[in-house]
Design a protein around this ligand. Sequence first.
Ligand SMILES: Nc1ncnc2c1ncn2[C@@H]1O[C@H](COP(=O)(O)OP(=O)(O)OP(=O)(O)O)[C@@H](O)[C@H]1O
Ligand SMILES: [Zn+2]
Length: 644
Amino acid sequence: MDVLTPLIKKSSILVIGSGGIGCELLKNLSGSGFTSVEVIDLDTIDISNLNRQFLFRSEHVGMAKCEVACEASRRISPFEESSVEGIGFYKPHHGNVKDNERFGVNFFKRFTCVLNALDNVSARRHVNRLCLSAEIPLIEAGTTGYLGQTTVINGKRTECYECQPKPTQKVYPICTIRSTPSMPVHCIVWGKELYKLMFGDAKASMLFEDTVNSDEPSTFMEPVVERRLKVEEEVGDDLVRFKEIKSYAVKALKSVYTEEINKQLSMDRYKGASKVPVPLDIEKLMEKADEWWKDKNDYPSVRENGEKRIWTNEESCHELFAIIREMYTTSTSPSDLHTSTVAFDKDNHLSMRFVTASSNLRAHIFSIETSSFYTAKGIAGNIIPAIATTNAIVAGLQVLELFKILKYGKEKIKNVCKFTYCLRDKTRKGLFLQPTTLQPPNDKCYVCRNARVVLSIDTSTTTLSKLIEDVLTKKMSFNSPILQIGCDQIYEHGEEEYGVNLPKLLKDLPCGGVKDGVSLIVEDFEQDMEINFEICHREFEEEEEEQFIISGDRPKPKEQNSEDVVPGDDNLGDSSAGAAAAANELDSNDDIVEITEEDNRKSLTSPPNGNGKKRARSGDSNYGAVAPKKIRGGEGGEEAIAID
Ligand SMILES: Nc1ncnc2c1ncn2[C@@H]1O[C@H](COP(=O)(O)OP(=O)(O)OP(=O)(O)O)[C@@H](O)[C@H]1O
Ligand SMILES: [Zn+2]
């Protein structure tokens, strides 16, 4: 420590993220005597953070995480001010690290080292790029339940965060969700879509139908959205209103759970199916619910053990009525089919109650196992519960790596720092922590090696706006792209004059168009990135998951099984047709995604061995902890990862 003390005093540290890992990290830094520390976080404290983000107390709920975390760190610190001029003493920056005006390369250059405590790939990529540009070492960490890892990225001498592809998410085909569910997760995805249709952005729901133009309209579209189309007016007293909402609810639920199933049966849709769906008798189920309705506050989820046990069909029905009533008696009643702000959120109790109840009724129809609120929440959010201890371990490792950097200098990082896996089960040598040598950069990395990228895309049907959205922003995490053909600029993010090009097909763009064989240069000054795309015209089948392929010099991501796709689903979707989640590359709170067996095998067959073999990182959103096998929400919040 003696050698380190003056080095600690001289160093300036940037911590990005003050959630689970960030709190641990800040406690370690302040306890170790670091004084010149700044922290970026965009979030405010939620009550659900309190169990593990221990710098926060209930009175802090709603306050900016970084502000409260910095204040606590200052209190822990044995010192009273920053020892490095120009750097704050646990100075908070409430904002998005992608905000280039505040946190550009020059901001980063002020620090000795950056420590990431983030929870999503997109922000990590952005920080990776900035650290490469600013030539500052980055200490990365991530956890998934009991699994975690810490690594160090040093400019262009070690593997960068993007040198290895990130695994894809498991997604499901629309027809499975709409018509042929066979697993609880299919029903839960469907429940989320029904929620969207009833209360959220209805037109974005995969259950939405344009009834006027449909050849074979469903029975449920009109009854379900009917209530939303009514202009909100005070319809008499509470009882009248209650009756009106109830009659809507019965009609809507009947259309979904009885009439539509009957219609599908009558069309022989399930001929030969091993299990034929059985429609529900909503009115009968309602009889019981009617009794319970007398007490406004008595509904299944609030009854004893209500969130842990599986509701009966009567209870699910009752729960749905309670939610519909609640939705239509609040000021935020969804009316507009397109702009409703009522979005599904696994942490929103009401929306999770809806998804649990609605998916269970559907599961019952298709003889699929039903789920408790907790299990459904686990599946809906693909949650692997965060384990505070794992966060503590990886944050501890991050600080140990930081000590090595301070002691031996940036130049020695490749030799002295380690990529450490935090395992759940001991290795054969009896280790829970498995350090491995840092790898050199992947020559095929387009981020740190400027490798050329071959982009296969249909240049005669794809518009510039689609290219920017799906390929550049969602897939490759560009922030502010500028596009050039040769020396001519055809697009610049934020510049209105280029707006006219957005709806144009690639082949019709100015300067000869983006066509087969053309070299397209995409730059992002904010991220100090420039990629040279070689365009390859290719037609795609409509049902292909992604309407483009990025290959050539770029490391190839794992091939996805087309069976596993639900375009458009918020949490499970990857690839094609704008599937939001993967599209965002887990940009939202990406606690976990469902990981395929293949991901699993891959990780397990490529153990960390430090002998030059590539590591296969498995699918953690948080970074890629080792090989979680199956993700299931545990009853009562129990852990939910199985490892071979
Ligand atoms: N782009 C970003 N800019 C700044 N901070 C970010 C960004 N993306 C994520 N973060 C922050 O990183 C932290 C990650 O911590 P953690 O995973 O514990 O998050 P959480 O949302 O608090 O917890 P949980 O996901 O378990 O509910 C969060 O506090 C989040 O606000
Ligand atoms: Zn790289």
